[in-house]
Design a protein around this ligand. Sequence first.
Ligand SMILES: [Zn+2]
Ligand SMILES: [Zn+2]
Length: 252
Amino acid sequence: MKKPSQGQTQAQPTGLQQLVERDRDHNCGGFGVHHVCVKVDAVARLPTRFGDFQIVAFWNNRDNKEHIALVHGDVIGASDVPTRLHSECLTGDALGSLRCDCRDQLEAALRALASMERGVLLYLRQEGRGIGLVNKVRAYALQEQGLDTVDANRALGFRDDERDYAIAAHMLQSLGVRSIQLMTNNPDKIRQLEQHGITVSGRLPHVMAPNEHNRFYLETKAARSGHFIDLDETERLPEQDDPVIVEGEPKG
Ligand SMILES: [Zn+2]
Ligand SMILES: [Zn+2]
């Protein structure tokens, strides 16, 4: 990876809207083993409590799921674009579940991206490490009977992680970013994107600042290298695949 440089200073219109027209007849060979192909389908402004974004809705030929990007600033043709890949977690993101810290990770990422000149968050609809919501709830139920998350997923006939970042790679290419600085603590995610042809020019540590409510949880998770322990001492893997780095805590 080359050293991150300053982003482009030249102001340009975002032009995300033009991607809808550009992609109307798009049909490439596809990314990854499943030859996934995406099109930019619709673009609109999305002011949020974290800052101003545009929401980009994608069509894809693979899973009938509605993956989206939240784009802050001008990213078409830009290099070193701060980027976060977030996998959907309905229970955490929308319902505030404490079984995971997905919502904390999502909010921290959006807040950070909105504070920068430009940035992209891909919201990938791969709920429950890719197994779907119903199966995630089934896996939670199995965990309550004493299985860990890996065994629970296997009991349901899945691998422990069914996620695939080929679609993320194509989405980034469709957005016209030249290179990204990936907001992650997970080198494997960088490797996967690079395998799909994305230039990852740098890494931004995804640091979670603890508050009085989640400090113990985050510190435990950090100390356990991405694993954390329930009050009933059941060990689980996090749903987002980034081990949390807590500000002020030793890494790893
Ligand atoms: Zn394509
Ligand atoms: Zn979650």
